[in-house]
Design a protein around this ligand. Structure first.
Ligand SMILES: C[S@@+](CC[C@H](N)C(=O)[O-])C[C@H]1O[C@@H](n2cnc3c(N)ncnc32)[C@H](O)[C@@H]1O
Length: 346
């Protein structure tokens, strides 16, 4: 099978992980609203569960999480640095640096180690989304094929979808086509995984959108028909269409959008809502180790999922904490960081 190489490519040694003594230290506990908590708790074995908001570098936080959560995470969404070569500023503060000494080898090794650790944390029936853009998405796909496995028909473990998030914002380009999309890859750890297209698909409706023939019944009810390979297919106007892999209906957050909280690379809640609804159930565990402005834990909380969120930026963790405390909490959450006294991994 084809694999990607770069200077200094190294799989991490799992023995290093098992001997890792990195631990998480709890700084604070935030309580949930009692009535809701009881409602969720009585339905499951998760009644003493605490969500986790963790300040720290993923290289230390993910090994620390392995002690408790190996194979336990149902859904992972990550929106890592894209290797833009820039520093991202929020207000007057540095949110994070995305420079990598302009060295793709350093970036790819970092991404590879991230993917390897997240693959270990992912449940056997779990789903993994990575959100990148034109700069490195092609490398990410080959690396993920290596880690998750490759099946040519996309039916086994591995690749499931390439989602184009198409938006209207961003500059013009005079030397190439204007760049107006990010790419998200969906991989699964096995052939059995959670996917609910019906929760996020659009109603077929009465407007023509392809070559299907429109039929209007005596009562005004509409059906659509198409003949293919000698068979006639009929679809009711009320059926939900399978969601497509080009998403043009979710706009980037513009500068004055009320959802904006000042974090430079904040993604819209609608994007996460679609992913979480499609690929998880209530009470499932969702992980984002680059949570930035907190969009993943906030939406996971609203949709009654459990979550673990991490970021190395103080600003990101402050914003996420604030956003979480402004809404109803179904579970309590812990604010944690790496315990400097018990940390040996590099
Ligand atoms: C593209 S932003 C994520 C934005 C987020 N999805 C949102 O909607 O706000 C990438 C984030 O990764 C964080 N980050 C970069 N390197 C990291 C590392 N090694 N460990 C943990 N977080 C890191 C940055 O601080 C930044 O918040």
């Amino acid at each position: 099978m084809a694999t990607l190489t770069w200077q200094g490519k190294q799989p991490f040694d799992e023995r290093v992980l098992s001997s890792s003594t990195t631990h998480l230290h709890t700084l604070d506990t935030f309580l949930s609203q009692p009535a809701e908590n009881i409602a969720l708790a009585t339905q499951s074995t998760t009644n003493d569960w605490h969500n986790r908001l963790i300040l720290g570098n993923k290289s230390k936080v993910l090994p620390a999480l392995l002690h408790e959560f190996v194979g336990a995470v149902n859904l992972i969404y990550i929106d890592p640095p894209f290797m833009t070569g820039r520093d991202f500023i929020s207000g007057t503060q540095l949110a994070y640096s995305d420079k990598w000494k302009n060295n793709i080898d350093i970036y790819l090794q970092w991404l590879y180690e991230t993917f390897l650790l997240l693959h270990l944390l992912l449940a056997e029936q779990g789903s993994f989304y990575v959100h990148l853009d034109w700069r490195t998405i092609h490398y990410a796909k080959i690396i993920l094929d290596e880690i998750f496995g490759f099946s040519p028909n996309a039916e086994g473990a591995g690749y499931k979808s390439e989602i184009i998030w198409h938006y209207q914002t961003g500059g013009r380009s005079y030397k190439s086509f204007a760049r107006k999309h990010d790419t998200l890859l969906l991989y699964t750890k096995s052939a059995q995984y959670c996917f609910h297209g019906e929760r996020i698909g659009e109603r077929r409706g009465s407007q023509k959108r392809n070559h299907m023939r429109k039929n209007v019944g005596n009562d005004g009810h509409i059906t659509w028909t198409i003949r293919s390979s000698g068979r006639l297919y009929t679809y009711d106007e009320n059926t939900i269409m399978t969601p497509a892999d080009v998403w043009s209906d979710i706009s980037h957050l513009h500068q004055k959008d009320p959802e904006r909280n000042g974090y430079a690379t904040q993604k819209p809640a609608a994007l996460l809502e679609r992913i979480i609804l499609a690929s998880s159930e209530e009470r499932d565990l969702v992980l984002d180790c680059f949570c930035g402005s907190g969009v993943t834990p906030v939406v996971a909380e609203q949709l009654k999922r459990r979550w673990i969120a991490c970021d190395q930026s103080h600003l990101a963790i402050q914003l996420t904490q604030k956003r979480l405390l402004e809404q109803q909490l179904h579970y309590p959450f812990l604010l944690q960081q790496i315990d400097p006294e018990h940390s040996t991994t590099t």
